[in-house]
Design a protein around this ligand. Sequence first.
Ligand SMILES: NC(=O)c1ccc[n+]([C@@H]2O[C@H](COP(=O)([O-])OP(=O)(O)OC[C@H]3O[C@@H](n4cnc5c(N)ncnc54)[C@H](OP(=O)(O)O)[C@@H]3O)[C@@H](O)[C@H]2O)c1
Length: 332
Amino acid sequence: MDFCLAFGSIAVFGFLAWILAILSIDADLLTIIYTYFGKSLDGTFADKVVWVTGASSGIGEAVSKELAKHRTKIVISARRVDELNRVKRECLELSNSLTDADILVLPLDMTDYSSHQSAFKKVLDHFGRLDILVSNAGRSQRANWEEIETEVDKQLFDLNVFSLLALSRIVLKYFYRVGKGHLVVMSSVAGKNGIPFSASYTASKYALHGYFACLRNEIASKNIAIPVTLICPGPVFSGFLKEAFTAKKDQKFGQDVPSTHKRMSAQRCSYLTLTAIANELEECWVSIFPYLQLTYLSHYQPYLAGCVWKWLSSSGKAMKMRDGRESIQKVE
Ligand SMILES: NC(=O)c1ccc[n+]([C@@H]2O[C@H](COP(=O)([O-])OP(=O)(O)OC[C@H]3O[C@@H](n4cnc5c(N)ncnc54)[C@H](OP(=O)(O)O)[C@@H]3O)[C@@H](O)[C@H]2O)c1
C-alpha cells in the first residue's frame, strides 16, 4: 500500500512538473535540455559548409548570422542580391575569423528549378563540399479558406514545398555519394496545427512533414547517417507578413508585424534552430506561449487541441494571438 502511494505520488508530481516545465519554456523540452547539455555550437559548426536559403531577411538572416559567430562557411541564397550583400557584410562584422571568401552570396529564385543544379555546382566549385542544407525560403498566407484561388494553392506549394523538394533531391544525391550530410527544413507550428486563415500555407507545412518522414525511413534503409531535422517555429519577428500570400493570385498581404506584438525574436529562434541541428534532432518546436503548448496538445491530445482551437477561433482570439488584430484585414 505504502509502495503504491509513493509510486502514485511520484507519478502525479512528475506529471505536474512536466506540465509546469512545458508552460514555462519556449521550445520543446528536448531542445531546451540540449541548450544546456547538448553539443557546443562552436564545436559543431566551425569549418562546416552550410547553405541557407531565404537568407536575405528574417529567420534565414538570423540563422546565417548565428552561424557566422561559430566560424561556419556559409552560402546565403535568396532573390534580393542587395539584401544578401548586406547580410554578408553583417555576418563578417559579427565573426572574428571569417574572410570574404568564407561567405558565398548565391542569388537563387527557388521556383526556378532549372537553376538549382548549377547553383549547387557553384557551391561545390567554391567550397569543395556541402555539409548542411537549411531549406528556409518560404512565404506565409492570410486568406479566408473559401476564397483561395487554386492558382494561389499552386504558387504557394511551388515555393514552400516543390522547390524545396527539388533542391533537397539534388543535394541528397550528393550526400548519398559522399556518405554524409544533414538536411534541415524550416517548417512551422502550422505544420502541426490547423491554423485558421492560412489554409494553403498550413497544408504546405504539413506536406513537408509527410515527405521528410518518408525520407528518414528511406535513408535508414540505406544504413547511411544523414539526419533530417524539421524546425517548427511559432510566431517570429520577420518580414513574412508583408510578403504573405492572400487568397488572390500574385497578391501580397503587404502589412508590417506590429512591433508591440508578442513574437519570438529571429535571433532566439535561430539559436534554438542551431541547437536542434547540432544535436541532430528530428523535430524541434520553437515558440512563445501558447503555440508551443498548443503544439504539445495537438501532438499528444488532438481531440483536446481541436476543442481549444475552436474556442480560440470562435472568440476571435486566434487571429489576435497571431497578428495582433482580430480578423484579417482586406487587401486592396
Ligand atoms: N516568421 C514566422 O513567424 C515564421 C513562423 C514559422 C515558420 N516560418 C518559416 O520561416 C521561413 C522564413 O520566413 P521568415 O519569417 O523569415 O520570412 P521573411 O523574412 O519574409 O523571409 C523569407 C525569405 O525567403 C526568401 N524567399 C521568398 N521567396 C523566394 C523565392 N522564390 N526564391 C528564393 N528565396 C525566396 C526571401 O528572400 P527574397 O525575397 O530576397 O527572395 C526571404 O529571404 C519560412 O519558411 C516560413 O514559413 C516563419
